[in-house]
Write a protein that binds this ligand. Structure first.
Ligand SMILES: C[S@@+](CC[C@H](N)C(=O)[O-])C[C@H]1O[C@@H](n2cnc3c(N)ncnc32)[C@H](O)[C@@H]1O
Length: 288
């Protein structure tokens, strides 16, 4: 289980796979090169310099993983969406993140998202063989449950933006013998899941962590099969009712969340009625 196996889009390394160049000039080495051969050789030298310059510059700047491979390559249009909550994921990016401590905190019975896990799982009625993506899987409280429900022929993609959390999930799944679990390193703007690669998308306590909700919703729609299902478990945010912590931490209430998700091409199927949920709601959507 590695962060980017088959269903994950791999980005090519800019310096990868550049074959050694054999020029016609080198083939004509025994004699003095003729004028035409000299021009061809010169042209090829220019082409070679054009081809390797970005890779050399990249290697010198130490930014190999992110640099473009060719200056003239058409770039994907950058998302114009502004962050709706800058810094909300800083704790997960902190190199001092204590994953063990976080795992204990996330798996507390006083936390609804955890306490309700079996009810949530039952309501989702997953089927053997299905492929589900747990977006913002964190320390993976739902991962073994999903793995059990979809079985060894199904697939659970645990997606997160924090590599230490994925490492934790990977180690746990390995210990539990859950070969159907695959961790996937996403970013603020993409899951890195391949197109139409999952039947179900799930997120627990994550929607309000999306800095770029429109971009993420478009990406989730892309990753889902047509007619696929999406579940969103998140905090109720009601002025005058919710705690100060929720009002400060969660940017939008349920109605806004529903509107945003519908605008991204989903239809609300139902709000799942679970008595165990008092501070949270569970919404089921269908990709239109
Ligand atoms: C509050 S935790 C919830 C973890 C887990 N779902 C649970 O309920 O225990 C939020 C998680 O979302 C992740 N996250 C934030 N933005 C994300 C994004 N755009 N894509 C994937 N994961 C994201 C964070 O790294 C963090 O692990």
């Amino acid at each position: 289980m590695t962060p980017a196996p088959p269903p994950v889009i791999r980005r090519g390394h800019p310096a990868a796979g550049t074959p050694p160049l054999r020029t016609p000039a080198s083939k004509a080495a025994p004699g003095q090169p003729r004028p035409l051969a000299r021009s061809v050789a010169a042209l090829l030298l220019v082409a070679l310099a054009w081809a390797v310059a970005p890779a050399l510059a990249t290697a010198q700047s130490g930014a190999a993983a992110t640099a473009p491979s060719r200056p003239a390559m058409p770039a994907a249009p950058a998302s114009a969406e502004r962050s709706v909550r800058p810094g909300i994921n800083d704790p997960y990016r902190d190199p001092r993140l204590n994953v063990r401590e976080l795992a204990e905190g996330f798996a507390g019975e006083s936390r609804e998202a955890y306490a309700a896990r079996f009810d949530v799982l039952r309501a989702m009625a997953l089927k053997p063989g299905q492929r589900i993506a747990d977006i913002g899987a964190g320390t993976g409280i739902y991962v073994p449950l999903f793995a059990g429900a979809v079985g060894p022929r199904g697939r659970v993609y645990a997606v997160d933006i924090a590599p230490p959390l994925l490492k934790w999930i990977e180690a746990t799944a390995k210990r539990q013998g859950l070969a159907q679990v695959t961790t996937v390193l996403g970013t603020d703007r993409t899951t890195n899941l391949a197109e139409a690669s999952v039947d179900v998308v799930f997120s627990s306590d994550v929607y309000h962590h999306f800095e770029y909700p429109q971009t993420m919703l478009a990406d989730l729609s892309r990753a889902l099969v047509s007619g696929g299902t999406m579940y969103v478990l998140d905090f109720e945010r009601i002025e005058g009712v919710s705690s100060d912590w929720i009002l400060g931490h969660v940017r939008a209430g349920k109605e806004t969340v529903i509107r945003e998700i519908e605008a991204a091409g989903f239809e609300l199927v139902r709000e799942v009625d679970l008595p165990v949920l008092r501070e949270n709601y569970l919404l089921q959507f269908r990709k239109r």
